[in-house]
Design a protein around this ligand. Structure first.
Ligand code: ATP
Ligand code: MG
Length: 393
């Protein structure tokens, strides 16, 4: 194991002024959490505007990088060799050893980029660049200098305590640390879209809770398990997800009995939003999240979205609103939710669906149809909220 440490770079956090330390602390804690379950015990530290993760034992490099790639707020992951300052001759040897370890294939161009945080160091950055560059050329004649577009940009940072050598820059997921931007309730179905929507909002630093509506016995236990699996996959990025499972059967049957069938989907969706909002408010969520995208299905025409939205008082975040299906599929494959999403289990929406659902619903008409539910709907909504089951994912 050559690299004992990772230098974690973050981007957007830098611009947060006074709140900067809150963001940094959140990021440190998420990195810690992400690496906790690994064997090589990692310590995560904050040192003069930098975050480092140090390994005390052997660890699996690829596994660590995979995990860090799931931590929002990380812009780049740089495996770093941290060495002591034992004079320039030793530094030369360390630089050569570094290149030897990190680049088995030597036929590349490079540039040394020295920086001194410690201005007491007896050589200037320019001198360091020149002398170290010459030492590398001496040791590896196949290597060439390219100051404009080097294959390897070798950073040599002379710090108050020791010297950092790094050149590998592995892109992180970007975004902001989860928990730095409030909380929102994701309507999570078994489809491709809603897990991606949750991922995108969590990426902006929002803590995610989720709600799933099922309709037993019309929907199976396996369908329920699929949602739990999806919530777990989202939690790899978003941190622990509190999933509320709502029994929607009675409400769906009641709507089915009382309302015109071409309006079933839209009315059902309005009650889903209402229940989601009640749960959201109980849990101090500041918004709802859905995987809707304009025109994807009948219930997602602009007219339908407007009628669904009319029941909500909280803001509804629809991060996929302008995405084509293929773009959403691409993200779900990249973040790893796709395979679970395409498992073929029934969703409560599709069971009670009409052959020809309205695509241009008119709010007044829908509200008129809903009046037919007056007698029992308040009680059913209350029961649905009160009997919601909670699963930590
Ligand atoms: P998805 O791929 O996310 O299932 P979809 O294309 O199937 O979306 P719809 O079924 O119209 O679209 O659902 C639109 C949105 O409504 C979903 O993205 C999700 O946020 C929410 N939703 C739908 N069904 C459920 C459900 N059973 N439980 C919770 N939320 C749901
Ligand atoms: Mg769906």
């Amino acid at each position: 194991m050559y690299f004992h440490s990772f230098l974690i770079k973050y981007a957007e956090i830098g611009i947060k002024g006074k709140n900067r330390y809150l963001f940094e602390d959140a990021l440190v804690s998420h990195i810690h959490h992400a690496l906790k379950r690994l064997d090589g015990a990692f310590t995560v530290t904050k040192e003069s505007g930098r975050i480092y993760a140090h390994a005390a034992e052997e660890y699996d490099f690829d596994e660590v990088v995979e995990r860090l790639k799931c931590v929002f707020g990380i812009a780049a992951i740089c495996p770093v060799a941290r060495i002591e300052d034992r004079g320039f001759d030793d530094l030369k040897e360390q630089v050569i050893r570094y290149l030897d370890e990190a680049y088995p294939e030597k036929n590349r161009t490079f540039k040394v980029n020295a920086r001194r945080a410690n201005k007491q160091y007896p050589m200037t950055s320019e001198e360091l660049n020149r002398e170290l560059g010459a030492a590398v050329l001496d040791a590896f004649p196949q290597m060439k200098v390219d100051v404009h577009h080097p294959d390897i940009l070798l950073n040599v940072e002379i710090r108050a305590k020791g010297i950092n050598l790094y050149s590998l820059v592995i892109p992180g997921p970007g975004g902001m640390p989860v928990g730095t931007n409030g909380r929102a309730m994701l309507l999570l179905s078994g489809g491709i879209d809603s897990p991606v929507a949750g991922y995108m909002i969590a990426k902006r630093g929002v803590t995610i809770e989720a709600v799933y509506f099922h309709a037993p016995p019309y929907t199976s236990d396996r369908a329920r398990q699929k949602i739990i699996d999806l919530a777990r996959e989202v939690s790899r990025y978003a941190g622990p997800v509190r999933l509320h499972i709502v029994n929607f059967t009675e409400i769906q049957l009641y709507i089915y009995d009382q309302c015109p069938h071409e309006e079933l989907t839209i009315i059902m969706r309005r009650y889903m939003m209402k229940i989601a909002e009640t749960l959201a408010k109980q849990r101090q969520c500041l918004g709802l999240i859905t995987g809707e995208s304009i025109g994807q299905v009948a219930s997602q025409t602009v007219h339908s979205l407007a009628v669904t939205n009319a029941v909500c008082t909280l803001p509804v975040f629809r991060p996929l609103i302008g995405f084509d299906k293929q773009d959403i599929v691409d993200i779900s494959q990249r973040i790893g939710t796709y395979e679970t999403s395409i498992e073929p289990y029934e969703d409560c929406c599709t069971i009670f669906v009409a052959k020809h659902p309205v695509t241009r619903p008119v709010l007044e008409n829908i509200e008129k149809s809903e009046q037919k539910l007056q007698e029992r709907i308040d009680g059913l909504l209350k029961t649905a909220v009160e009997t919601a089951e909670v699963v930590m994912c």
